[in-house]
Design a protein around this ligand. Sequence first.
Ligand SMILES: [Zn+2]
Length: 323
Amino acid sequence: MNKNVRPLGALAAASALLLAAGCGGGTAGTGAAADQPGQLDVVTAFYPFQFVAERVAGPHATVTSLTQPGAEPHDLELTPRQVASVSTADLVVYERTFQAAVDEAVDQSGNEHVLDVAAVVPLQPLAAGEHEEHAGEEHAEEGEEEHDHGGLDPHVWLDPTQMVTITTAVRDQLSTLDPDHAADYQANAAALEAELGGLDQDFRTGLASCRRTEFITTHTAFGYLAKRYGLSQIGITGLSPDAEPSPARIAEVQQEATEHGVTTIFYETLISPAIAQAIAGDLGLATDVLDPLEGITESSRGQDYVAVMRSNLTALQKAGGCS
Ligand SMILES: [Zn+2]
């Protein structure tokens, strides 16, 4: 057999995955995995909840994500197979109002073993400025009512202390479903909570003394993070990552950048940097990545939630001139 066959096969498989992801959901990549006897089947809506569930469950569950790596979770559509997986899951972890397709699948499933993160971490209204942008943004596509979060900001996972709350809630759910392994869930959750606590501490000390507290980002995903650590987020496109800002909004942002002495325009890994580059280019500013952790891909600056959050911290420190 030609030794080139394997790499080519792998490449084809990778392309197929990319295609599936590009079509807005695709097949439930890991969702098809049969759980082992005695293993729980946990279905999560998107990456940060998958991360928590995997860490807390350890070997006792098969954890899948409804949002494929690299796919945009805001626009998620589900395949019939994924909808079915929501019905049959031992536990579904999702956040009501973030992904309309998941809300609908949960409602239709009649599955009572669901953890709604929005019920354990109260969602905050958008800050005044953010709300204005959201209302005024121009959408590129139709069917954008899915992006109406009822005036609430869904991005709670970008605050590490809220991730601790989510971890505790997942632990409690798993312990109830599978009391035989409650001690393991307890220990795994404690380890993750300690790691998240360390991350929170590093954010607090790392951002305690900055020359600039304002930061500018395309996708307005960092409201909870900003509030927690005393920063101020200026969003360009609002809550929908793929919305096109109006020329007026771009001009406003450029004015704010000049006013606050901002040096860096942030963009995110899953979305084209074109908008950030256009704004930065006119003013001679730098661009950098601030990752909303809505998925992990090969271009992510880190292998998991904690590692990417540390990259975010480094980027914020650099942009803010923090000592
Ligand atoms: Zn988002």
